[in-house]
Design a protein around this ligand. Structure first.
Ligand SMILES: C[S@@+](CC[C@H](N)C(=O)[O-])C[C@H]1O[C@@H](n2cnc3c(N)ncnc32)[C@H](O)[C@@H]1O
Length: 404
């Protein structure tokens, strides 16, 4: 069924309610972005769902691959709002979006105004065809829709004041840097050691300086810039480790490690159950080169095979034949948990103690809101010209994560 022709007044009232919710939860803050959210008819861009669903704060699936994995969506409004706040579009800006759906391009067109321009690009012809049709239907035919692999940007209309990527990237493509104007901004959901953060970078001479970051989730990049996670099965499909392509982690020596005696060490560090551990996870990733993400099925937790900090898994470290991971137990009050570490294998006591020492170090200096900053240099940059911090080398980039 095609719902795009739903009663505009009804759709408008649902849109106002969604906008109010996004303001309440802090995702929408700036006046012009609020106005754009009140104006752009999201239901036109997701004609496959009824208007009540179009104006729910949720992602809408548009296309899956043969395995059922999502490959194209119209993004969740709260994530769109947070990224637009990071992007800080001004009237007159020239904008390139990589990953089309129509909706975000229409919002950006409202923000860039008639003196600015928006080009949206997608690798999938079905998506560009739909984006072109729905943008025209919603009154945004001035948005340019291009079918191309975003790895190479869109040189025809460069330079851009903003390049905004709406698909998970494992790297920063050289074309994005080259096609930014001298003071241009790049907003990109970058996957780093199992977590995806939308990082807003400012172009700063020969490198990019991170200005803000928020956790988010997107479908994976296809094409020349595709970057796949390595999935290492530790126990059937119930306990798996996930690592980035550049991490030389070998799990062969870990065969049967979960059945070996366990060392448990508690840190005395208490966290609110509802707090995110994302900065702690990144801190551990910066301090343990063989950091990976442990994903577990509920049945593996129930059977006592693993006891991770979060019921779906979390931070883990591999050292030769030893596996350690972040764990938690109930704290002195219902809303609190105490963090600790569990480890199995020949050096389990040392690894559990090291993990706990790093949890304490993080809590002392960074546990209360101060996160790291990100800087991206071309891969060829000499090491002595990089800022102090943890350096992650990808195909094109030297990313530095610096803790203040
Ligand atoms: C989350 S959707 C984009 C959502 C959209 N910005 C919106 O308005 O809601 C991600 C899109 O990225 C596209 N994509 C994946 N890899 C790409 C690539 N290398 N170049 C361009 N587009 C790509 C997918 O086809 C998919 O349509």
């Amino acid at each position: 069924m095609d719902w795009s022709g739903s009663d505009p007044r009804y759709a408008g009232s649902l849109r106002s309610a969604l906008t109010a919710r996004l303001i309440d939860q802090g995702a929408l803050r700036s006046g012009p972005i609020v106005a754009a959210f009140r104006t752009v008819p999201r239901h036109v861009f997701v004609p496959n769902v009824p208007p009540e669903v179009a104006y729910t704060d949720d992602v809408v699936l548009m296309k899956s691959d043969p395995t059922g994995a999502a490959i194209s969506t119209v993004s969740q409004p709260a994530v769109v709002a947070m990224m637009l706040e990071q992007a800080a579009i001004e009237p007159g800006d020239r904008v390139l979006e990589i990953g089309s759906g129509g909706y975000n391009a229409a919002l950006m067109s409202e923000l860039a105004g008639l003196d600015g321009s928006v080009t949206t690009l997608d690798i999938d012809p079905e998506v560009t065809e739909r984006a072109r049709r729905t943008l025209t239907e919603a009154g945004y035919s001035r948005v340019r829709v291009v079918r191309a692999d975003g790895e190479f940007g869109c040189p025809e209309s460069a330079p851009y004041d903003l390049i905004l990527i709406t698909v998970t990237a494992g790297d920063i493509a050289p074309a994005w840097f080259d096609q930014l104007s001298a003071a241009g901004r790049l907003v990109v959901p970058l996957r780093l050691r199992g977590q995806t953060r939308s990082i807003a970078f400012d172009k700063n001479g020969d490198h990019l300086t991170g200005r803000s970051d928020v956790l988010c989730g997107f479908v994976s990049m296809q094409g020349a810039g595709a970057n796949y996670e390595r999935v290492l099965r530790l126990y059937e499909d119930k306990v798996v480790l996930r690592a980035d392509e550049d991490q030389p982690i070998d799990i062969e020596p870990l065969e049967g490690v979960l059945l070996k005696p366990q060392t448990v060490e508690w840190s005395g560090i208490l966290l609110d159950r509802n707090e995110t551990f994302s900065n702690l996870d990144l801190w551990l990733a910066c301090n343990f080169p063989e950091y990976c993400v442990l994903s577990v099925k509920r049945s593996a937790v129930k059977s006592g095979l693993v006891g991770p900090a979060l019921r779906w898994g979390g931070s883990a470290v591999v050292e030769d034949e030893t596996l350690g991971y972040l764990s938690s137990r109930p704290g002195p009050a219902k809303h609190l948990v105490e963090l600790g570490a569990r480890a199995h294998g020949p050096t389990a006591p040392a690894l559990a103690a090291n993990l706990v020492a790093q949890v304490r170090a993080w809590d002392k200096d960074y546990g209360h809101g101060r996160g790291p900053t990100f800087t991206a240099h071309p891969r060829s940059t000499p090491a002595d010209e990089l800022p102090i911090g943890t350096h992650i080398t990808t195909r094109h980039t030297q990313l530095t994560i610096s803790w203040p």
